[in-house]
Design a protein around this ligand. Structure first.
Ligand code: HEM
Ligand SMILES: [Ca+2]
Ligand SMILES: [Ca+2]
Length: 305
């Protein structure tokens, strides 16, 4: 078949331990560096949303092409070297069998669990792309102060509806945002839409209108439960404590606000919509069958002979 679909447990005959090994590695890494779980979750968005879940995100720059990782939209992304740790563990057991694209998605799934989120059964069988998609990345990934209309439209393009978008942005219930992405809300004057109780904290964390690019200055996305993927994000944004403009808009826009309120009230509803949307995102336009390849190392396309 030309375009086989993703299936549950694709590796059951070729590498039955694959999902178990990935889960174990995600747990071990999480013990040492809690923020790896944030990265695995964010990776699903940045890889899958730009045309395809093909691990193009993980490729290093070459002489001919800029990596996706090095674009401004990928600002702050981290822990890529630990994806190689997971890949190496899988390769030791089953060399050349499991794609980086599947490892990226499954580590994201297991990262969500580490953060207290739902367990989401996901299909596998993705293969790895051979080229960076940095050139078209901005056509897909919204900017942090994009309008809600653009955001909703871009997600609709891959089949994710409004409650799905609201749920996915709940990922900003964990992790951090660097001051470079926030200073426009603080200087030259403070955005009057920001909760005045939240402003001193933000000013303390981001004291310079032009942050020193080398200083690691950031604000935690959710001051209440920064390490937990929960519905506290929705309470924050309803309380005008959303850091990015997109977060704030989500609680203001009449199309999204009803879902924000519903998710603020019900963690169950948030998790249900989140699981549904992650599933759609993770199945966006994968390479299957004979397309692409199984990379040996996640940061490099294989050498062709
Ligand atoms: C309109 C859509 C979105 C925009 C504009 C956006 C933008 C951003 C920005 C600017 C940051 C801060 C990066 C930094 O300064 O270090 C961030 C962090 C993060 N985003 Fe998003 N995001 C969006 C949707 C998503 C989605 C759909 C997910 C997951 C499925 C996600 C997961 C995360 C996570 C986990 C972090 C924290 C990363 C860390 O602490 O290392 N985001 N996002
Ligand atoms: Ca990709
Ligand atoms: Ca939280």
């Amino acid at each position: 078949e030309e375009n086989p679909s993703l299936v549950m447990d694709y590796y059951k005959d070729t590498c039955p331990q694959a999902e178990e090994i990935i889960k174990e590695q995600v747990k071990l890494l999480y013990k040492r560096h809690k923020n790896t779980a944030f990265s695995w979750l964010r990776n699903i968005f940045h890889d899958c949303f730009v045309e395809s879940c093909d691990a193009s995100l993980l490729l290093d720059s070459t002489r001919r092409m800029l990596s996706e990782k090095e674009t401004d939209r990928s600002f702050g992304m981290r822990n890529f070297r630990y994806i190689e740790t997971i890949k190496e563990a899988v390769e030791r057991e089953c060399p050349g069998v499991v794609s980086c694209a599947d490892i990226l998605v499954l580590s994201g799934r297991d990262g969500i669990v580490a953060l207290g989120g739902p367990h989401i059964p996901l299909k596998t069988g993705r293969r790895d792309g051979r080229k960076s998609r940095a050139d078209i990345l901005e056509q897909h990934l919204p900017d942090h102060n994009e309008s809600m209309s653009v955001v909703l439209e871009r997600f609709a393009n891959i089949g994710i509806n409004t409650p799905g978008v609201v749920a996915l942005l709940g990922s900003h219930s964990v992790g951090r945002t660097h001051c470079v992405k926030l200073v426009h809300r603080l200087y030259p004057e403070v955005d009057p839409q920001l909760n005045p109780d939240h402003v001193p904290h933000m000013l303390k964390k981001c004291p310079d209108p032009i942050p020193d690019p080398k200083a690691v200055q950031y604000v935690r996305n959710d001051r209440g439960t920064p390490m937990v993927l929960d519905n506290n994000y929705y309470r924050n944004i309803l309380d005008n404590k959303g850091l990015m403009l997109v977060d704030h808009q989500l609680a203001m826009d009449k199309r999204t606000k009803p879902y924000v309120k519903k998710m603020a009230k019900s963690q169950n509803y948030f998790f249900k919509e989140f699981a549904r949307a992650i599933t759609i995102l993770s199945e966006n336009n994968p390479l299957t069958g004979t397309k692409g390849e199984i990379r040996k190392q996640c940061n490099l396309a294989n050498k062709l002979h």
